[in-house]
Write a protein that binds this ligand. Sequence first.
Ligand code: HEC
Ligand code: HEC
Length: 89
Amino acid sequence: MDTQRSQVETSANTLVDIYAHNVFPSMHVRWGTHQNNIGHTDSAGCFRCHDGNHTSKSGVTITNDCSICHNLIVSNEAHPKLLTDLGMH
Ligand code: HEC
Ligand code: HEC
């Protein structure tokens, strides 16, 4: 009758462990409490400051030049050799 008891208990403990690593009720923080600032699709992320419009009194502007953060190795090519070399084409 109790043949699957240990698996059920292991599953329950694993779920509790996952929950405890993502949800912090005492801090009022749960999944989704804070927006994801990685990338440019879910939020402004790095563009909150790196929007080319934040300039100091001395005239230094926080850059929004893509190449500061990204290394564009292929752009606007229909059949880039790189993808062939990587076996992706
Ligand atoms: C709260 C504002 C803020 C946010 C958000 C921010 N940065 Fe910055 N970042 C700065 C400032 C200020 C500098 C220094 C600019 C300067 O001195 O020209 C800087 C400089 C940099 C530099 C060096 C630029 C250079 O010219 O050498 C890199 C790379 C960089 N940030 C990456 C990022 C990345 C990646 C993110 C998002 C994950 C990010 N930053 C988010 C404020 C910010
Ligand atoms: C201040 C740093 C920074 C600048 C400037 C920046 N990016 Fe990003 N970008 C990031 C970061 C960080 C990610 C997320 C990388 C990851 O998820 O591993 C990202 C992700 C992306 C992605 C993948 C889709 C996404 O939103 O996750 C694209 C496409 C992209 N950037 C295009 C651009 C273009 C085009 C520009 C110039 C107009 C630009 N980025 C300027 C930091 C920057």
